[in-house]
Ligand binder design. Sequence first.
Ligand SMILES: Nc1ncnc2c1ncn2[C@@H]1O[C@H](COP(=O)(O)OP(=O)(O)O)[C@@H](O)[C@H]1O
Ligand SMILES: [Mg+2]
Length: 146
Amino acid sequence: MRNEMQIQFSALSQNESFARVTVAAFIAQLDPTMDELTEIKTVVSEAVTNAIIHGYEQNPAGIVYISAVIEDGKVDLVIKDTGVGIADIDEARQPLFTTKPEMERSGMGFTIMENFTDHLEIQSHPGTGTTIRLIKYLTKNKALCN
Ligand SMILES: Nc1ncnc2c1ncn2[C@@H]1O[C@H](COP(=O)(O)OP(=O)(O)O)[C@@H](O)[C@H]1O
Ligand SMILES: [Mg+2]
């Protein structure tokens, strides 16, 4: 059975934990392991932080969109902003690449997203915004999906 939820919220840093907790609560019905739950929270946190800090450059008028679909034991997450966009996606994906070196854990966001999921897709255009799609299979259900 397909089950979908969508949320949208202002690009404020305090909403990062709201997003992380909300997605985790939705995913809970798939009975994830603690590790899987932590990984999902971490990737949501990285993607939402990127939307707020890079996409909207901390302008709270920006709106961050998240949709999550649960189907066949996998989670399909889309995190979207309509902010500044990324000029060179290949460069942005490189470990340690950052345009904000003063930040904590600099340049590892996309690497973390890649490592903690089964599939990472980045669509972005300067001036239009960025859409991140993440797919993660939960181990319990993996056998059913292959
Ligand atoms: N939503 C976004 N909008 C615009 N630029 C982004 C976005 N997400 C990532 N980027 C760009 O990609 C780079 C790498 O992102 P990331 O790996 O998360 O590292 P960090 O956030 O520490 O810079 C960022 O420094 C930024 O230039
Ligand atoms: Mg980041």
